[in-house]
Ligand binder design. Structure first.
Ligand SMILES: *Cc1c(COP(=O)(O)O)cnc(C)c1O
Length: 397
């Protein structure tokens, strides 16, 4: 017996729920790519992407997923043999660094671990040592704002301050794939030089678009970058002809979808979107906090203020998370994320990013609690109730 009829709820950290309005926006004929409304659509999207990242810098749209946007950002500012520093706090900055390494960049990893955020003081100390060692040999610093594997949120503002406190000139490059449109991102204020993201997480659009933004400092470095290739190259994409902006045919239907998604974000208000994410994320944390009293499950991220507002990674101490995921999916129609990297087989993840509301999150929490009961996994009861109590207290008439 199951209770899974109706629409399946996808609670994996990407791709996320695509709103019906966004799906509908794609259901239309193709249009001319050399003239007509598509040209203004592109201009508006490029402006609004910069607006999302809160920068006066340049923005670029690629037909690519996050891995493509990683490559776009690296090839435009680095040369073979350059040294970069990757700040570890999960899987994703490491993966970004790995693509740099395969392009001939020398990659140093500032050791961190799966259970905590990057420590800005450690970044400052490493950069001061680099300066003492004959100058600015590190060309760029790579960090993920939210690491989707660990569920951590890094303090990008503090990392920017650490770089300046060290008097270091390395470019600060931030992966905002799991954070853009979920939590505050202040590119210019925080001193971020290059940032990247994708369409399929907080931006609630199908996978296929990669975004990169760059400030003038990064664009200056770009002029001498040796890894530039025709498809990713910023200079080509800054050309005046419309087809140059995509290095070929524009991904029209994804652009229609993105336009609709951005309209929805700006209509709700970007700050309100961030606040909605915070409220729903905290509801998840309240529930997990109660369940954790049973000792069988717990938060992967140890420090409460380092837990992200877009995804929560839950550790299972010795129990099989796949059994829980299978129950939620097969019996109740909720698809949870699985643990990745060193957390494979040890954790599950609850995504709360993008097009999410109270029924989706409370429903998901209720289903997880149902599974914990049905599978006789020790937990304190009342997790879903704690989430409800939190929202009742915070969301007033
Ligand atoms: C999902 C994700 C990526 C990779 O994106 P793809 O579209 O799967 O290539 C990179 N960084 C972070 C933080 C992510 O969450």
């Amino acid at each position: 017996m199951s209770v899974r009829a109706g629409r399946e709820f996808l609670a994996i950290p990407g791709p996320t729920n695509v709103p019906d309005e966004v799906l509908r926006a794609m259901h239309r004929p193709a249009v001319d790519i050399y003239a007509g409304p598509l040209l203004a659509l592109t201009d508006g999207l490029l402006k609004d992407i910069a607006r999302l990242f809160r920068t006066d810098g340049h923005s670029y749209i690629y037909i690519a997923n996050g891995h493509g946007a990683w490559e776009a950002s690296l090839t435009n500012v680095l040369s073979k043999g350059d040294r970069i520093l990757v700040l570890e706090s999960g899987r994703f900055a490491i993966g970004w660094g790995e693509s740099a390494r395969r392009m001939g960049v020398e990659v140093e990893i500032l050791k961190g671990d799966m259970r905590r955020a990057v420590r800005p003081a450690e970044v400052e100390a490493r950069l001061k040592a680099d300066k003492a060692n004959g100058g600015n040999t590190i060309k760029a610093i790579l960090v993920a704002q939210i690491d989707t594997a660990s569920g951590v949120v890094n303090d990008i503002e503090a990392i920017g301050q650490a770089i300046r406190a060290a008097g270091h000139e390395a470019l600060l490059m931030v992966d905002a794939v799991a954070s853009l449109g979920c939590v505050p991102f202040e590119m210019d204020k925080w001193g971020v030089d290059v940032a990247m993201s994708g369409s399929q997480k907080g931006m609630m659009t199908p996978p296929g678009l990669g975004f990169v933004v760059a400030n003038d400092r990064a664009r200056e470095v770009h002029r001498k970058a040796g890894l530039r290739t025709p498809y990713w190259d910023w200079t080509d994409r800054e050309g005046s002809a419309h087809y140059q902006k995509y290095a070929g045919t524009p991904p029209e239907h994804l652009l229609f979808a993105l336009r609709q998604a951005l309209d929805m974000v700006f209509e709700e208000g970007l700050e309100n979107v961030w606040r909605r994410h915070m409220l729903l994320a905290e509801a998840v944390r309240r529930a997990v906090g109660v369940w954790a009293e049973g000792q069988a499950i717990g938060f992967n991220i140890i420090e409460p203020n380092e837990r992200s507002n877009s995804v929560t990674c839950v550790l299972m101490n010795g129990r099989d998370p796949e059994t829980l995921r299978a129950y939620c999916n097969e019996k109740c129609g909720v698809v949870l994320g699985h643990g990745i990297g060193e957390l494979t087989g040890k954790a599950f993840r609850i995504a709360h990013m993008g097009h999410v509301n109270a029924p989706m999150i409370l429903g998901t929490l209720g289903v997880i609690e149902t599974a914990l009961g049905a599978l006789e996994i020790p937990h304190a009861r009342g997790g879903a109730q704690a989430a409800i109590d939190w929202l009742s207290a915070e969301v007033k008439p």
